[in-house]
Design a protein around this ligand. Structure first.
Ligand SMILES: [Zn+2]
Length: 1010
């Protein structure tokens, strides 16, 4: 046993950031403990170069009682040709649990498809026997209010406590190495008697979730088995990972919609763990990306940035000394977005970490050739990877395990420092109102969308934030926003207003009604609330030119919920009570009568209600009206044929206010139908549409699900469906791939349930993933629209609809210098009478990432914009000649001729037709068939809500959402993506309105006279 005193010295003096204990602990086997000779020989055989291994993993200690991974795998961890299913990995972990008191397995929840997730705790038998007592102490450190923020008390708890280091593997299903590495790691931690491993075992609790994306793992193993059974053939791409989401499963830590994210959060927060370390495999050979690059997330405690550096550089240092090439930290990953799974730790007073090791996407040993930027030596990568090498899964496992073991040893030798930091970060989170602020976020009681408000508060609750509710009105001073025109940056360079004095508006009092919700910032998890609810600003001239992911998320804006950031400390004295459990929107039926009136406020429960009573008769009011003393928005629901009992139950469960009346109000209406929906996907990419599908399921909207191969085989789509939703992200490169599919050079690529591949072919199946929509499918799809169907498209599928003639009069392009990378932008309502806009308010924030720039025209083929595109409004063109820019030219030697007024239109409008265009106007689109713009982007000076916007003038004022008629039907085109990672709930009803009103989309339309 290594002396604890030895460590204590350097820590207590505080002179050394990195105490010398790890160095004192010689890595390598204990000569007194026998090794498993056969296993060790295989490790050596499968490691392709001696320097791809370390003294920590180049042997396996033997045990008479504890089984090695070989009993389940049939070979060693990382052996070629072997990828275990989740059940095999769990079987092994449970064998370990039975064989040694140093291992305990916990079930932490189920996936969408019902597969189990586990967490495996490994530590000395003494620590394992007292997990609960230790957790109770960590809970106190994690909530310093329980000890009155008493540092001396905390110090006592630190002395008695053991930290928890949580490791998660294989969230990304094509990154396959972690499960076997973690099986072997658990064995080593439980069995190895070397001083190094014993030190880890005695001083920290290692918690392991070997597979995060369990559904995707089992599908990946299927694909790999198919590959082994079909040598020489190309294998199908892993099109589905989880039930809905592929790679983006690592972007859910804000929205918390996936079971895997919720289960990991519950485990991390429930254990009061100090670290969440997530394993990935896409960079040679080990990139600890948590140090990464700037800009760092602006809401983390700076102590965390220091912890990243300490741990990252220790990793690099130790592995460099082992002679292992290609280990580095820093690199291109910026740490701005808090959406990554590991970031659960960063926003909950822990330490987030992430490794990228090098994987082959399976268990084949292969010759791997790197790109120059991958093998280049840089200032942070002094011993870079080799340009070319043979690489095996065992190599990958060696790196993963060696990295983790050095990290665990470093953490164990600094256990008290990290526990003290954990306490300190928790305490500083509580002290936030008085230090950096804000004091609270307030959700006003009179938000017109109580359902949306409740959903956002439910998310905050899920994230661990405490929510209170005001019992009386209260007044606080609020900062006043500067007038519009200051904050936004339209085109760069133009709008420096140096002449305007820097007047700072005085704070003004604002009174919030009783019933308003308050998220106080004097709580341990204040940072997650602050991160999600605040605004983001990414400077266009930031040194980081390639944001790694979204630059904005501002949940209040994107979910269309009113959120007030309050810095006035008086808010904390408002009379309030803590809300226990989740916030629910309350609903009930007022009055009695056979007809129910429900205001359209775009709360998502409205569409659930429609499909709950699919057979009842619903009408939509085409104008606002007043009844029973209440105002109802345009589009409000008038429901007949639902019994009072059923409506009462539904209103209560869905949080809707319904008003029962004897007869319908006197207002123009049209039927609001429970449309028959299909969601269509390609076989090239299903991730972006997966977010749509997930929300349709959550809101209980029924739909059929098919691929672009189905329309080719279906003569009359219209007889089966009213609406086809073709979500974004469907193409691979050019939108023509939607028609052509994948190249047909090689063998067919099946996606089917078979004995060999029992886990795939469930969402959808095909004998061959390669064919696309085809020309016949394209014709059938157009026929569907012409016969009265509605096609809904977004970003690249909108581009597809434009390019393939679904939307005459609409043209679409991309910005030249425009930079919008996952930002929130302001929109303006252009046509409030369109059913698509029912219940929507003006100034909605919409999410956009490199959005399409639409132009509309009254001419088929999109003609008639006459050089306006992209330039920005204003500059009238005049020919070269006499006079100033505003004058007209006057030819000499004749009387001046009258110059006719040029037709003028705003950027989101079609230019009015000229007489010349109307002469034999073959291309003139009849008024009723012209594109109808519903939403547009705001003016340049108010376009940016949150995130990064550069050269916004290219996008400003252009149409954002267009209803384009075709024959009897319609195409609804989004230039952006309204369903993004469940962050954009404020935009959903644009889609839902279109669905419910699919056969009355022309309601409220004003037609041009010619
Ligand atoms: Zn990954």
């Amino acid at each position: 046993m290594i002396s604890r005193l030895l460590l204590g010295v350097s820590l207590a003096t505080g002179l050394l950031a990195q105490p010398s204990t790890v160095l004192a602990l010689k890595p390598g086997r204990d000569a007194a403990q026998a090794i498993d000779e056969a296993y060790t020989a295989k490790i050596r055989e499968y490691t392709t170069e001696p320097f791809f291994n370390s003294p920590l993993t180049d042997y396996l200690p033997a045990s008479k009682t504890v089984p090695t991974p070989k009993v389940v795998l049939g070979d060693v961890a990382g052996a070629p040709g072997i990828l275990p299913y989740s059940t095999e990995v769990y079987k092994y972990m449970r064998m370990l649990e039975r064989a040694t008191p140093r291992v305990k397995v916990f079930s932490i929840g189920k996936t969408e498809e019902g597969r189990e997730m586990i967490a495996v705790a490994v530590a000395s038998e003494k620590l394992i026997a007292h997990l609960d007592e230790n957790r109770a102490r960590l809970e106190k450190l994690g909530d310093p209010r329980t000890i009155g923020l008493n540092d001396a008390e905390a110090e006592k708890l630190v002395a008695e406590s053991t930290p928890v280091y949580y490791i998660t593997g294989t969230i990304h299903s094509s990154e396959t190495g972690a499960p076997t590495a973690l099986m072997e790691l658990a064995y080593r931690l439980a069995v190895d008697d070397s001083a190094y491993i014993r030190f880890i075992r005695d001083n920290i609790i290692t918690l392991i979730t070997p597979i995060v994306e369990v559904d995707g793992r089992d599908r990946m193993v299927d694909i790999y088995k198919w590959h082994l059974a079909n040598p020489g053939k190309q294998w199908p791409n892993l099109i589905y990972w989880g039930h809905y989401i592929a790679h983006d499963n690592n972007r859910d830590a804000m929205g918390m919609t996936l079971a895997l994210t919720r289960n990991v959060l519950k485990t991390f927060v429930g254990w009061k763990a100090q670290v969440l370390h997530d394993l990935h495999e896409s960079v040679p050979y080990l990139y600890d990306n948590t140090v990464g690059d700037g800009p760092y997330n602006a809401w983390i405690d700076p102590i965390l940035a220091d912890e990243w550096e300490m741990m990252g550089w220790n990793n690099v240092s130790e592995m460099t000394k082992f002679g292992m090439p290609g280990v580095f930290t820093h690199g291109t990953f910026d740490t701005w977005s808090p959406a990554y799974l590991m970031f659960i730790a960063a926003t909950h007073n822990g330490i987030s970490r992430l490794y990228e090791t090098f994987g082959n996407g399976g268990a084949d040993t292969e010759e791997r050739t790197l790109r120059p930027n991958e093998y280049a030596r840089t200032w942070f990568k002094q011993n870079p990877p080799l340009p070319k090498t043979k690489w095996s899964q065992r190599d990958n496992n060696n790196y993963e395990e060696t990295g983790l073991l050095t990290a665990l040893a470093f953490f164990a030798s600094n256990d008290k420092l990290f526990l003290r930091n954990f306490y300190l970060k928790s305490k500083r989170a509580i002290e936030k109102p008085k230090v950096e602020g804000p004091a609270a976020y307030v959700f006003p009681a009179d938000d017109p969308r109580p359902g949306a408000q409740a959903e956002l508060l439910q998310l905050m609750h899920l994230q661990g934030a405490e929510i209170s509710r005001a019992t009386q009105p209260f007044t606080v001073l609020m900062a006043v926003k500067r007038p519009a025109g200051r904050g936004g940056r339209g085109g760069r360079g133009g709008a420096t207003d140096e002449n305007r004095p820097e007047e700072k508006p005085k704070p003004e009092p604002r009174t919030f009604a009783a019933g308003s919700y308050i998220i106080r910032m004097d709580q341990p998890y204040s940072r997650i609330a602050d991160t999600l609810l605040d605004y983001q600003y990414w400077a266009p001239n930031d040194p980081q030119k390639s944001p790694y992911d979204d630059t904005a998320w501002t949940f209040g804006e994107l979910q269309n919920v009113q959120v007030a950031r309050v810095t006035d400390l008086k808010v904390l004295d408002a009379p309030m009570t803590r809300v226990s459990g989740e916030v629910e929107a309350t609903g009930e039926v007022h009055g009695s009568g056979a007809t129910s009136l429900i205001n359209h406020n775009a709360d998502l429960a409205l569409i659930t209600l429609r499909y709950r009573f699919a057979n009842a008769s619903f009408d939509a009011a085409e104008e606002p009206f007043e009844a029973v003393g209440h105002k109802f928005n345009r589009g409000s629901f008038i429901v007949h044929g639902v019994s009072a009992d059923e409506m009462n139950k539904a209103a209560g469960e869905l949080g809707l206010q319904a008003y029962a009346v004897d007869s319908a109000p006197d207002v123009k209406t049209h039927p609001l139908r429970a449309a028959r929906i299909a969601i269509m996907h390609t076989w090239m990419n299903t991730q972006a549409e997966g977010w749509w599908r997930m929300e349709f399921d959550r809101l209980k909207i029924p739909y059929d699900y098919f691929s672009t191969q189905t329309p080719a085989k279906t003569e009359d789509l219209r007889s089966k469906y009213d609406v086809i939703v073709f979500g974004p992200g469907a193409a691979r490169g050019n939108v023509a791939t939607i028609v052509h599919g994948m190249p047909m050079y090689g063998n067919p690529l099946p996606w089917k349930t078979t004995a060999l591949t029992p886990n795939i072919g469930k969402n959808d199946s095909t004998d061959d993933m390669r064919p696309g929509l085809g020309w016949e499918g394209l014709e059938h799809l157009q026929d569907f629209v012409r016969k009265g169907g509605l096609l809904i498209t977004a970003t690249d599928t909108s581009n597809f609809a434009v390019d393939f003639g679904f939307a005459p009069g609409v043209s679409a392009g991309r910005g030249q210098r425009l930079k919008v990378i996952g930002s929130a932008l302001r929109s303006k309502l252009v046509d409030a009478e369109s059913p698509v806009a029912y219940g929507m308010n003006d100034n909605l924030a919409i999410f956009a990432s490199n959005p399409l720039i639409f132009n509309v025209s009254n001419m088929a083929g999109g003609g008639g914009r006459g050089g306006r595109g992209g330039g920005g409004a204003g500059a009238r063109e005049r020919p070269t000649g006499r006079g100033t820019a505003d004058d007209v030219d006057l030819p000499e030697g004749r009387a001046p001729a009258e110059v006719p007024e040029e037709p003028h239109a705003e950027l989101w409008q079609a230019t009015p037709l000229t007489d010349e265009q109307l002469r034999n106007g073959v291309n003139v689109i009849p008024p009723a068939q012209r594109p109808r713009v519903i939403l547009r982007y705001a003016n340049a000076n108010e376009l940016l809500v949150s995130g990064l916007l550069d050269n916004g003038g290219e996008l400003a004022q252009h149409a954002a959402v267009i209803d384009s008629p075709l024959g009897q039907g319609h195409v609804l085109l989004f230039s952006n993506n309204p369903f993004w990672r469940t962050e954009t709930k404020g935009s959903y009803f644009l889609v839902f309105n279109a669905i419910l009103n699919f056969d009355n989309l022309n309601a409220g339309r004003k037609l041009a006279s010619r």
